[in-house]
Design a protein around this ligand. Structure first.
Ligand code: M6R
Length: 587
């Protein structure tokens, strides 16, 4: 979380270059933003609370500066807490992505030494620490090394100093990418903002530090040994994305899903056969991911059991650190991620790698950290996903897992392809068939509710969880996804007159049992919204989703659309829900 963009070079419009870079990084956090540039021997800062949108910057001309979009961790969303932060002299400015776990004790020490703090952030200790080391006669690079080593936790820091006219950066967590231009350097959280200026990049590794003035120097941490930078010449382009004729990115991305499935059906056979071979050889396969990606991996576990007759394990990636003791060199970790930057995925992968386990990355973002960590890499090919709510990347993951489970079991690619193509057509119908009008009353009814329950069994269990996540994050309605059989073990106590319950009832071996669960809810006054190909008397509202042989993919679409239209009904921004960010790079 948090977007970082820095510039040092010969152009004198650093603040505008930085602002442009930040606009492309807003997906990492949109609580506040700020830019600091060097003006003579002091630093000038401009900060704003809220989204960057089409903001302009009013800073004077400068050839060096840093900027930040914030996703708040320590301290509320205020101007004071917005980055960049300054030291007492106004000559050092720092921005940060991550968490300084021991900031409280560092702050107390610094306060005792007379430093004045203006924010509640953990970050603000860093400029004051740098100031302390400079006072002791260290140069700025050495000060950063010592200050960085003083901090606990996973972080990326970028700092400028007016006296040495220099940018230094160090990291052991969040991504930092350096762009090397003609007499200029760029530093950013991802490559997209740098590629318009240069294709020569350095992906700064964890426990590395760089110093930029007229020259570039790279060091290892914690020892500060200088090493030779490895410059990669990037040949790929970052795909851009606009809303086209859609009101929001989320709606556009929901509409793109048929195209995403068709692409996988038509072009992925060879890669998936190769991956199937790797999985067959492994002794212990683990699917990991976070949020929506975790629900996709849960669906994968059921698909593998049902279709491939193979047991795979799954866990939320944020929990995998606590489950890794049994990993061996023969283990295979399949990481699912849209952004490829989620720290809760990156961290367990690094540990698994150290244990010699093999990594498969299934990601959407080319060049991302998770992508680069993979021994085998597979791109989702869903195109840029801009809305915070993941839709098309989820569908891409499910399509790949469905194909994979089938190709492990047999090589009947033709039938898998046909099922996927039929599913794509079916989804196209749902998204282009006036959903909003058709379910106007349902949307009104749900918008007034505080709680929604979603039940599914077997392969639909993960979909129930994913549907609930979509409702929560986009419409701010509390939604609980449940395995149908679990209701009577407790949650049924919550059901009262008109409690809305979405029932996922595909025409498979779960149908009869889930309908019985729906009856149990209805008997207690619940209002049943059935998503199914088969009508049932128990449904108060029926959302028809025709059976195509892969209901796991199509049944989530009505819930994506419901969440989207509920957000509109409640006057919320579906693309940028409160408190969230597209890329989650803090633990
Ligand atoms: O980029 P990733 O797929 O690794 O992101 C994982 C989750 O943060 C993400 O799926 C999140 O849950 C979405 N906001 C869900 O819509």
């Amino acid at each position: 979380m948090c977007g970082i963009f820095g510039y040092i070079g010969i152009k004198d419009n650093a603040s505008e270059i930085i602002l442009k870079g930040l606009k492309g990084l807003e997906y990492r956090g949109y609580d506040s933003w700020g830019i600091a540039v060097k003006i003579n021997d002091k630093i000038s800062v401009e900060k704003h609370v809220g989204k960057i949108g089409d903001a302009k910057v009013n800073l004077p001309k400068s050839t060096i500066g840093i900027g930040h979009t914030r996703w708040a961790t320590h301290g509320g969303v205020t101007m004071e807490n917005a980055h960049p932060h300054l030291d007492c002299t106004g000559e050092i400015s720092v921005l940060h992505n991550g968490i300084i776990e021991n900031y409280r004790e560092i702050k107390d020490e610094l306060i005792k030494k007379g430093h004045k703090f203006k924010s509640e952030t953990d970050t603000e200790v860093m400029p004051h620490l740098l100031e302390e080391y400079l006072k002791k006669g260290k140069n700025f690079t050495e000060s950063m090394r010592l200050a960085f080593n003083h901090c606990k936790g996973l972080s990326a820091f970028v700092a400028i100093n007016t006296k040495s006219h220099q940018i230094v950066a160090a990291k052991n967590g969040s991504p930092l990418i350096l762009g090397i231009g003609e007499n200029e350097f760029f530093i950013a959280s991802d490559a997209s903002g740098i590629l318009p200026y240069t294709r020569n990049l350095i992906f700064i590794k964890d426990n590395e530090m760089i110093s930029l003035d007229k020259n570039l120097k790279l060091f290892t941490l914690p020892d500060g040994k200088e090493i030779k930078p490895k410059i990669e010449v990037i040949t790929w382009n970052v795909e851009s994305s606009s809303k086209e004729n859609f009101k929001h990115f989320m709606l556009k991305e929901i509409n793109e899903q048929p195209k995403v499935i068709r692409n996988i059906a038509e072009n992925y056979e060879d890669q998936i056969l190769e991956l199937a071979k790797i999985i067959k050889k492994s002794r212990g396969t683990f699917f990991i991911g976070c949020g929506t990606a975790y629900y996709a991996s849960l669906a994968g576990m059921y698909l593998f059991s049902k279709i491939a007759k193979k047991h795979v394990n799954t866990a939320p990636a944020s929990e995998f650190n606590y489950l890794e003791d049994f990993l061996t060199k023969e283990s295979l970790i399949i990481a699912l991620s849209q952004s490829g930057e989620t720290i809760d995925v990156v961290e367990p992968l690094s540990r698994a790698k150290r244990k010699g386990a093999k990594i498969v990355s299934i990601v959407n973002a080319l060049g991302s950290t998770v992508y680069r960590m993979g021994d085998f890499k597979l791109l989702l090919g869903a195109g840029p996903e801009k809305a915070v709510a993941s839709t098309k990347a989820y569908i891409a993951k499910l399509s790949i897992l469905f194909m994979l489970a089938n190709l492990i079991d047999n090589n009947n690619f033709k039938s898998v392809k046909n099922i996927l193509l039929k599913t794509a057509d079916q989804i196209e119908k749902i998204v282009t068939d006036g959903f909003e009008n058709k379910y106007k009353n349902l949307i009104k009814f749900l918008s007034k509710k505080e709680n929604v329950y979603i039940i599914g069994r077997g392969i639909s269990y993960g979909t129930a969880l994913e549907g609930a996540l979509k409702l929560k994050e986009i419409s701010y309605i509390h939604a609980e996804g449940l395995a149908g059989g679990e209701l009577k073990h407790g949650p049924l106590a919550l059901i009262e007159k008109n409690s809305p319950c979405i029932v996922l009832a595909p025409d498979d071996d779960t149908y009869d049992a889930i309908i019985s669960n729906a009856m149990e809810i209805k008997a207690r006054g619940g209002y049943i919204i059935g998503i199914s190909s088969k009508k049932s008397d128990v449904f108060d509202e029926f959302i028809e989703v025709k059976e195509t042989g892969c209901s796991i993919i199509s049944q989530v679409i009505p819930m994506q659309l419901l969440s989207y239209y509920l957000a509109l009904e409640k006057n919320l921004d579906p693309d940028k829900p409160r408190n969230l960010a597209k890329s989650v790079t803090v633990k």
